[in-house]
Design a protein around this ligand. Structure first.
Ligand SMILES: Nc1nc2c(ncn2[C@@H]2O[C@H](COP(=O)(O)OP(=O)(O)O)[C@@H](O)[C@H]2O)c(=O)[nH]1
Ligand SMILES: [Mg+2]
Length: 345
């Protein structure tokens, strides 16, 4: 699962990437369009921490998502390469500049949001129009033609596809086009340090709300500083900024939720681990993420809800209290399920 950081040059994408990964990355003009910034990032999860404290495993593994710094737009429009890169990711995080840049140009984050939206609407419309022309000529798929005509009307009225109501069947029909305005999106408002504990400007907050988009406020250079401090010194620094936790943690969790992943948990003396699983995954397929043998030879899943395990303190106590469920192949894995798979190959 890959998340693309998008936004206009100088908005702070590479700095945000640095904050997410704790890496030192090149920022500024010289680095524009740097395509090398791709990294897997651990999803902070207090449940994994609690399970590790309980089992004292040899290894503790968090879920991971991949972030990619996508370079992004030019003043005269998104270039082809940037567009194609955007199509390949599962979700987008647009970084909006809310700090005056080095030349003193004032920020207009709402404008950046609207401008990138306009570019992506146009890119999608181009694909839709080409496809409609083809379908109108060969009449091979009247249902798709009807759907795309409806989408075309939406795009022309500046409605991103993610805001157009579509059934599951319809979404499947257009899944192959990788429309940009259909991708889930999160907004990251990159503010000056002095603004991190304040609410976002009203125009940006309203624009985000009108579009149903999540908005996270952070100061990328500050987050980068936090990420580079030794772990035991981080909380004090974070508190001194008037924050409860690094914005980075909130941001990663929001990005994780954006792509509709849930966490399946596994425990034992060897490893405690969170596994990212698409919402709605049946137990055998979830087992297959761990090892293909577990899917092939799936017999049953023994499931305890994380809350029950923590409340009662051990698997044995959960079993006694009837909180351990035995589930079959049709069971859909839920977020926070602690699972042991029984299998036979
Ligand atoms: N003052 C200030 N400068 C920032 C902030 N975020 C990024 N910068 C600087 O703005 C410039 C552009 O940032 P960069 O991350 O390279 O932007 P990108 O083009 O979107 O990747 C760099 O010189 C950064 O150090 C911020 O929140 N405040
Ligand atoms: Mg950059």
């Amino acid at each position: 699962m890959k998340i693309g950081l998008v936004g206009f040059p100088g908005s702070g994408k590479s700095t945000v990437f640095g904050a997410l990964t704790g890496r030192s990355v090149e920022t500024g003009f010289a680095s524009r369009g740097d395509k090398a910034n791709v990294a897997a990032v651990k999803v902070p999860d207090p449940r994994v921490d609690a399970l590790a404290a309980m089992y004292q495993p040899k290894k503790t593994t968090y879920a991971e998502i991949v972030f990619k710094d996508l370079g992004g737009g030019r003043a005269e429009g998104l270039d082809r390469a940037s567009l194609n890169e955007m199509r390949e990711v599962d979700a987008l995080c647009q970084v909006l500049r809310a700090f005056p840049d080095a030349a003193g140009t004032p920020a207009d984050p709402r404008r950046e949001l609207v401008d990138l939206e306009a570019e992506t609407l146009l890119a999608d419309l181009e694909i839709v129009e080409q496809r409609i022309a083809r379908l109108a000529k060969d009449r091979s798929n009247p249902r798709e033609l009807e759907l795309l005509t409806r989408i075309q009307a939406g795009l022309e009225a500046e409605t991103p596809i993610r805001s157009i109501e579509l059934g599951a069947e319809e979404r499947k029909m257009i899944g192959g086009y990788a429309f940009l305005t259909q991708k889930p999106m999160l907004l990251v408002l990159n503010v000056p340090e002095a603004a991190v504990a304040h609410p976002p400007p009203a125009d940006v907050a309203n624009a985000a709300e009108a579009r149903g988009l999540g908005l996270i406020l952070l100061s990328a250079p500050v987050e980068m500083d936090i990420a580079q401090l030794p772990e035991d010194e981080q909380p004090e620094f974070v508190a001194s900024l008037g924050l409860e936790e690094p914005a980075r943690d909130r941001f990663i969790r929001a990005a994780y939720a954006l792509i509709d992943l849930v966490s399946m948990l596994t425990v034992g003396p060897d490893e405690c681990r969170a596994w990212p699983i698409p919402r709605g995954t049946p137990a055998p397929r979830a087992a297959g993420k761990i090892h293909s043998d577990l899917e092939r030879g799936f017999i049953r899943a023994e499931v305890i809800a994380y809350e029950d395990l923590v409340e009662l303190g051990s698997e044995a106590k959960c079993r006694e209290a009837g909180r351990l469920r035995v589930e079959g192949k049709d069971y859909v894995v839920m977020d926070g399920d602690v699972i042991h798979f029984r299998f036979n190959v």
